[in-house]
Design a protein around this ligand. Structure first.
Ligand code: GLC
Length: 536
């Protein structure tokens, strides 16, 4: 998108680089061990220099933090751990000054059990209008002692919890995250009001959490493996909600990005029809193994599924839910699957990092927009969080077998030799999740001083991506390449080549080498797990 001093165009989101801020772990302004908005405001120059177009903030609202803020108690308040509403308004305005848009995260599928609506529902009792905003039901079995249906959870474990008066309520995630009833008009009205609340505060966009889960089978029928439609994933009725959201967003020029995990590309593309969401995260790309054929197929499928609806693709390597890229690419299984995440998986971090560097150039060269999760620009690995410090409910609900998602949520290291014990994350010594002892080399100040660092690579790549008209939205075509090598042309004389094979590869004819993820070999060949941008 436009450089800070040029005006933002209406379709900035079609090729933007959007940096994901996990506020709890970005920068701690008040020294209490938890990142906050004050910390982000102080680091805005870092983000502007990195060269990103927008920031997506995972939820900063009032929350008991049972699921890292995805359990929202009040959408119109900022959690005191992060700051105040006034501070959020300042942050939005200051980012805008720097040419950076702000995207907030809305969690429409559920609220916190501390949300006023749920507390009222518990008090009001069975059959009350307060309960109708949720999915309350009597249980099955002789005395209602069995849950109303057999739905599997999005986290492992149960999806129903019984309350003292005998009724059960539905929660696809933890019991502290009761699901809202989206066939209730008040639920719809309230969310449209919340969207207006944030658009009126100047946000450029909204990320929609669990976007394909909102509407449920009206009879809450049991889940039968392999039958269509699924009782709670991707029900047809959901599109009606997004059509009315789109009309609302258009009043403000705001954009949506949906968290839509759907393997079926035709069903996925429905969310991106011109009167629905602007974009959705590309989880097929995120989960794709480091393999040339698989990646090429995923890229082709992505472009083919987006083309008919006219939506730009998004390219995502990592987020706050999945294994860090450098770690994932250093394992035997380089794809991503929640079900197979385990403690102690052997990892070759040097290999993973090399691939993460190449993947950065691949991703930034593809047509569409890119999401960059905080710390990826530093090449952070997944951290081993000591068992007694893990907070993620995914870990506990798996009975302790799944390490959970805290390993990618560890506070960022800013200064290698900071006087406090948190690499300059904050003035306190004890961040909410402990940082590994060997993280000094990853610190922002160290990497700034090192032209060979991951940060230097990202900075240079983002700068080039902004200045070269061939990048971002637009056509791409594959070039002939040896087995295991991806080579494509972005027009305007821009080529990208990535070698995923074991053998060094000959580069296609070209003029200048613009950027490389690692050195070419002594014969000028492209070594394995290395990528280059070339001027044709
Ligand atoms: C999304 C979020 C995840 C959260 C879940 C429940 O998948 O990305 O972090 O736990 O929704 O809200």
């Amino acid at each position: 998108m436009a450089a800070p001093d040029t005006p933002r165009t209406d379709d900035w989101w079609r090729d933007a680089v959007i940096y994901q801020v996990y506020p709890r772990s970005f920068a701690d302004g008040d020294g209490d061990g938890t990142g906050d908005l004050m910390g982000v405001r102080a680091r805005l120059p870092y983000l502007a220099e990195l060269g990103v177009d927008a920031l997506w903030f995972t939820p900063w609202y009032l929350s008991p933090m049972v699921d890292g803020g995805y359990d929202v108690a009040d959408y119109r308040a900022v959690d005191p751990a992060f700051g105040t509403l006034a501070e959020a308004e300042k942050l939005i305005a200051e980012a805008r000054e720097a040419g950076i848009g702000v995207i907030v995260d809305i969690v429409p599928n559920h609220v916190s059990d501390q949300h006023a609506w749920f507390r009222e529902a518990l008090k009001a009792g069975p059959g009350s209008p307060e309960r109708a905003r949720f999915h309350f039901r009597p249980g099955r079995g002789e005395n209602g002692e069995l849950p109303p249906n057999d739905w599997p959870s999005q986290f492992s474990g149960n999806t129903w919890t019984r309350v003292p008066d005998g009724e059960w309520y539905l929660h696809l995630f933890t019991p502290e995250q009761p699901d809202l009833n989206w066939s209730h008009p008040e639920v719809r009205r309230e969310h449209e009001d919340v969207l207006r609340f944030w658009f009126e505060r100047g946000v450029a966009g909204v990320r929609i959490d669990s976007a394909a889960l909102l509407t449920k089978d009206p009879d809450l029928r049991d889940f039968v493996e392999g039958t269509d439609p699924h009782p709670y994933i991707d029900q047809d009725e959901i599109h009606d909600i997004y059509r009315s959201w789109r009309a609302l967003a258009d009043e403000y020029g705001g954009v949506f990005v949906g968290e839509v995990w759907l393997p079926d590309s035709e069903r996925f593309a429905r969310y991106l029809r011109p009167d629905e969401l602007h974009t959705a995260f590309n989880f097929n790309f995120l989960s794709c193994p480091w393999d040339a054929d698989r990646l090429r197929r995923t890229i082709d499928d992505t472009l083919a599924e987006h083309a008919p609806v006219g939506a730009p693709a998004t390219w995502v390597l990592c987020n706050h839910d999945v294994t860090r890229t450098a770690t994932r690419y250093g394992r035997a299984d380089t794809g991503f699957d929640f079900a197979t995440k385990r403690f102690g998986t052997p990892t070759d971090l040097a290999l993973g990092t090399r691939r993460a560097r190449a993947a950065a150039l691949l991703t930034l060269a593809l047509p569409g927009s890119v999401y960059l999760y905080q710390g990826e620009e530093l090449g952070l690995p997944e951290a081993d969080v000591p068992l007694d410090r893990i907070q993620d409910p995914m870990h506990f609900r798996s009975g302790g077998t799944d390490p959970g998602r805290d390993g990618c949520r560890v506070p960022l290291p800013w200064e290698a030799e900071a006087e406090t014990g948190s690499y300059g994350f904050g003035a306190g010594d004890e961040p909410w999740l402990p940082q590994p002892e060997d993280w000094a080399p990853y610190a922002v100040d160290r990497q700034t001083a090192d032209p060979g660092s991951m940060l230097a690579l990202y900075r240079e790549a983002l700068l080039l991506r902004r200045s070269e008209p061939g990048f971002g939205d637009g056509p791409m075509s594959w070039l002939p390449a040896p087995e295991g090598v991806l080579a494509f042309d972005r027009g305007h004389g821009l080529l990208c080549v990535v070698n995923l094979s074991e053998e060094p590869a000959v580069l296609p004819p070209h003029g200048r080498l613009l950027l490389a993820s690692g050195p070419l070999d002594s014969e000028g060949l492209l070594p394995r797990d290395t990528a280059v941008w070339l001027r044709a």
